[in-house]
Design a protein around this ligand. Sequence first.
Ligand SMILES: [Zn+2]
Length: 157
Amino acid sequence: MRKVINKLQSSPASLVCILLALLTGCVTNQSAQMPPADMMKTMEVTAYCPCKKCCGWHRNWRGKAITKGGYPKKVGVTASGAKAKPGTIAADTACYPFGTQMYVPGYGYGTVQDRGGAIKGNHIDVFFKSHKDALQWGRVKRDVYVWMPGTKTASAQ
Ligand SMILES: [Zn+2]
């Protein structure tokens, strides 16, 4: 115990770093480049994957993927046109437009690139590659850090 205290006293700078990391909840390298979040919101976080169960598409009699409305569906492509990948977040774009960056504890950093009919207000959907992982995530409440687009974000640096 005494050894540990001595060590911390000998390097106050590293102690400050640890405290900052704890306060912001960010321990990855990316956090070092991220400015302080614009806001922190308690959100309902659900998960999805590119499968038809999650995205509401099915194949028509010709084997083409179509949406519920009967329109051709580009599987794995988000509403913003970007390819869905880990880090893709679906949100209510009236509140959080495309390009909004978020940090979801337990998931990591992501960018709003998609939307969904059932995604309203402070409810977001985070992307997983497999349906199994999406199911495992389930439906949870998380304190989500939000960086609105147009402000100083990591990508602008
Ligand atoms: Zn799925």
